[in-house]
Design a protein. Structure first.
Length: 267
């Protein structure tokens, strides 16, 4: 294994190993530099792993030249992968009646089905609060009447709303079937684009970036609308995360999460 060139006093040797036994020998001065080099070498998303020296997590501003190691030996670092978005693929049925949520065929994902005619419609949220750029792709398995997908900062209020009351609020950014609901309803502003409404059998990807005040919607792999630049999300506040949800309306309406993750849904 060859050692990368290393300017004196600016970097140190680091031996990185993952749980499968793969190893890298790198040179870096700070935690951020090391993490970037590992991600590039092993084609990893930087948000999907942590680096540990002993029991301590290496932060981006960690000065690696100050970390202790025996003699001139490289600093030994362990890579641990993790899910950066736990529960983003799971619907939360705890606040509702007349629906059921069950495991889907996709790992870590669930399916939502409306089982009763009352309440008129139900806004069902995913379990993970959103503070970073991420996406969820939904499969419209069955839709008899209205259906929507979108985001809001007002989770507690929106999950109590049903039926035509969804048209009276100004705190949601949603994409709908285009029946009574417009195709797009961004912060209380209606936008209808011919042919843009979602249909049974469509796959709908919702991408949100709270830091950029952005939400965009794709149908079957093609972008159909974004809220920017005219109708941005409110500025992000750390104590008030963004939430993503689906609205089901008619009995037997069914929506499955088929995939989710950090960043954008499509390259």
């Amino acid at each position: 294994m060859s050692m990368p060139s290393m300017p004196a006093a600016l970097a140190r040797a680091v031996a990185v190993q993952d749980l499968t036994g793969r190893q890298l020998l790198l040179a870096a001065a700070r935690g951020s530099e090391l993490k970037c080099a590992v991600a590039k070498a092993w084609d990893l998303d930087m948000r999907s792993f942590r680096l540990l020296a002993g029991t301590a997590v290496l932060q981006e501003d960690t000065d690696l030249t100050c970390c202790s190691a025996e003699g001139d030996a490289p600093l030994e670092v362990q890579l641990l992968k993790f899910d950066p978005l736990p529960q983003l693929g799971r619907f939360d049925a705890s606040s509702h009646s007349g629906i059921e949520v069950f495991e889907s065929e996709h790992q870590g994902c669930t399916t939502l089905r409306k089982t009763q005619a009352f309440p008129d419609s139900t806004n069902v949220f995913l379990c993970h609060p959103i503070r970073e750029p991420c996406f969820v792709e939904f499969d419209v398995v069955r839709s008899g009447d209205e259906m929507s997908f979108g985001v809001t900062y007002k989770k507690n209020m929106v999950e109590q709303i049903s039926g035509f009351a969804n048209l009276s609020i100004r705190d949601t950014w949603i994409y709908s079937k285009q029946k009574s609901m417009p195709a797009f309803f961004f912060g209380g502003v209606k936008k209808s684009i011919p042919g843009a409404g979602l249909l049974e059998g469509d796959r709908i990807a919702v991408y949100a970036d709270p830091g950029e005040q952005l939400v965009s919607f794709s149908k079957n792999g093609a972008l159909v609308a974004s809220n920017l630049p005219d109708l941005p999300l409110p500025p992000m506040e750390e104590e008030h995360p963004l939430w993503m949800y689906a609205m089901v309306d008619q009995r037997q309406d069914e929506v499955s999460v088929i995939r989710f993750g950090p960043g954008k849904p499509y390259d």
